[in-house]
Write a protein that binds this ligand. Structure first.
Ligand SMILES: [Mn+2]
Length: 312
């Protein structure tokens, strides 16, 4: 039995943690771990600092159990899809198991299971279950599939290969409800998100012979549309479908007027290189970072754009 499994077995109250502004992968991997711990008759809680989690993820098993208060009786924490301890949104004294697939993961825990080749954190978790002969039930399979579907961008990312489909088949063989995942993760879109997309595409700028797509979104535009903050990323990702666009950048204004930048790319452009230069991190095709409120949206845009122009 692995050291990590032993540590899980000896715990009394385990808290699974999804990162701030969680995506499908972070919620799904936490869900699968939550199901597994319930099966073991463990006392388990699910913590996420963010309160407004997209309704598109509400189909994921145990979603209704997510809380934003951290239980004081916890004696073990398992973080899912968190590249940095800051992404947890909470500090605590007890042991931590860090399960993730980000290249930029800082291995901040006592126990780290970080596989940067994995397409999703749900794949890392699947490997962990498999290597410990843990049976994957329907609920777990559906959750694991949801993370795979979203992080692979509906099996369309450049890093998708035969092993990705083999992983998908194995999950479907274990009862994953892939149809519900398709509906909630790929097809469904809220009216707010659709309206925000319209605003963003209307204001999109193209630079360097249309190789760079640029989006700047302020507080009022997000509010007016009724979308969730992270739904800005839909237009960002869709802009890569324009044949000439190789890199897309987004700067959005947060509630506290700090700025969040996101970079998406295709072909040979390394998004994480841009993010690292500004103190952030992420994946080759998908990365992000933050600015304090001491810089204007316009200046931040110029800074990032200059660096992208140098790299392209
Ligand atoms: Mn992920």
């Amino acid at each position: 039995m692995s050291e990590i499994l032993k540590r899980i077995n000896s715990a009394n109250h385990v808290v699974v943690v999804s990162h701030i502004n969680p995506d499908a992968d972070s919620i799904s991997s936490a869900s699968a771990m939550y199901t597994y711990l319930l099966q073991k008759h463990k006392k388990v809680s699910w913590y996420c600092k963010s309160e407004n989690i997209s309704n598109n993820l509400s189909f994921i098993p145990w979603f209704e159990k997510i809380r934003n208060n951290f239980p004081s009786s916890a004696d073990l924490v398992i973080s899912l899809d968190c590249a940095h301890s800051k992404r947890l949104g909470i500090e605590f004294e007890v042991d931590l198991i860090n399960i993730d697939h980000h290249k930029s993961n800082t291995k901040f825990a006592k126990f780290n299971i970080v596989e940067s080749d994995a397409i999703s954190t749900t794949q890392v978790l699947f490997n962990f279950f498999n290597s410990n002969n843990i049976k994957i039930n329907k609920k777990m399979a559906t959750a694991l599939y949801a993370g795979l579907l979203d992080d692979s961008n509906g099996f369309m990312n450049d890093n998708v290969d035969g092993t990705t489909f083999a992983f998908a088949k194995e999950l479907i063989d274990n009862g994953a409800d892939y149809k519900i995942c398709n509906n909630f993760i790929i097809k469904n879109i809220s009216l707010g998100a659709l309206r925000l997309k319209a605003i963003m595409f209307k204001n999109m700028m193209l630079e360097s012979e249309a190789k760079i797509a640029i989006f700047c979104v302020n507080r009022d535009e997000i509010k007016e549309s009724g979308a969730f903050d992270r739904e800005c990323e839909l237009a960002l990702e869709e802009s890569l479908n324009l044949p000439h666009v190789e890199v897309a950048m987004l700067i959005r204004e947060n509630n506290d007027f700090t700025l969040k930048a996101s970079i998406r790319s295709k072909k040979k452009f390394d998004s994480s290189k841009i993010a690292l230069a500004f103190g952030g991190g992420g994946h080759f095709f998908r990365a992000g970072f933050k600015f304090g409120n001491d810089i204007s949206l316009k200046d931040a845009k110029e800074k990032i754009l200059n660096l992208i122009k140098k790299e392209i």
